[in-house]
Design a protein around this ligand. Structure first.
Ligand SMILES: *[C@@H]1O[C@H](CO)[C@@H](O)[C@H](O)[C@H]1NC(C)=O
Ligand SMILES: *[C@@H]1O[C@H](CO)[C@@H](O)[C@H](O)[C@H]1NC(C)=O
Length: 242
């Protein structure tokens, strides 16, 4: 908070800046002489230089609130959304990408029952989270990493359903859209401290994109069929822009 203090000092020192010219709120007071006393005294207050830090605080507070709800948009979307503590317990669901995200740090939670950290079975965890279209058993399993800037997937399997667990870095999961016909795909961003469970039903394209600057994404993919990559059972390079 060094900047506001310096600005306030400049205003007090009277270096030529007219406070009313930099506080747009005050300019409206002169156009309406019939304002209630409360509003005009409020406007008089805000016109004073010492109101600047307060305005700045309100601005910072509003920015913080805006960013916070941008990070958890579904908290706003769902009127019946559970409290934040409960949301952490249940995980944050993203219907468009058929996924749910849990905090990797919170304890206790659905995926961390003790202080050792999280542990889950991909098949039963996806089922318990209500995720549809995943693998009901793992006929083949892939475990791997994606270094910063790397992409995996970007393909569409026609002969298997796949359940993914993603963690370790800020990662985008893109899923071909089956819910909204107007859009080709939906995306969710998995935070560095989150664990995501998601599923790509047979015939839907998916991609995992590490958008973290430093951290490596880790993932597990459970498929309910062994894929023959020679056969035309998989379409590759679905999206050109990743
Ligand atoms: C995928 O899921 C669907 C519906 O749950 C099921 O009918 C199908 O047998 C599963 N496996 C494959 C390989 O498609
Ligand atoms: C794919 O095809 C090549 C030759 O066309 C063959 O050598 C290889 O064994 C096949 N792989 C699978 C998994 O069928």
């Amino acid at each position: 908070m060094a900047n506001p203090r310096r600005t306030t000092l400049q205003l007090h020192n009277g270096d030529g800046l007219n406070p009313s010219s930099i506080l747009p709120l005050s300019s409206s007071s002169s156009c309406s002489p019939h304002q209630p006393a409360f509003i005009s005294s409020l406007l008089t207050f805000f016109r004073r230089p010492h109101a600047f830090p307060i305005l700045l605080f309100i601005f910072v507070l509003l920015t913080w609130l805006a960013l916070r709800f941008q990070h958890h948009p579904q908290l706003l979307l769902s009127p019946s959304s559970p409290s934040l503590a409960l949301t952490r317990q249940l995980g944050i669901a993203d219907i468009a990408t058929n996924s749910i995200r849990f905090s990797a740090l919170d304890f206790p939670s659905k995926i961390a029952r003790d202080r050792r950290g999280w542990l889950l079975d991909p098949v039963s965890a996806a089922r318990a989270a209500g995720i549809q279209g995943g693998a009901q058993s793992c006929a083949s399993v892939h475990v791997g990493e994606i270094r910063p800037g790397g992409v995996r997937g970007n393909h569409r399997h026609h002969t298997c359903n796949e359940t993914f667990i993603i963690w370790g870095a800020v990662t985008k999961f893109r899923l071909e859209n089956t819910h909204n016909e107007n859009k080709a795909y939906a995306e969710v961003t998995v935070g560095e401290d989150e664990v995501a469970i998601t599923a790509s039903p047979s015939g839907t394209a998916h991609a995992l994109i590490n958008i973290d600057r430093e951290r490596t994404t880790f993932f597990l993919g459970c498929q309910d069929n062994v894929i023959d990559y020679n056969a035309s059972s998989t379409d590759f390079n679905i999206w050109k822009n990743i």
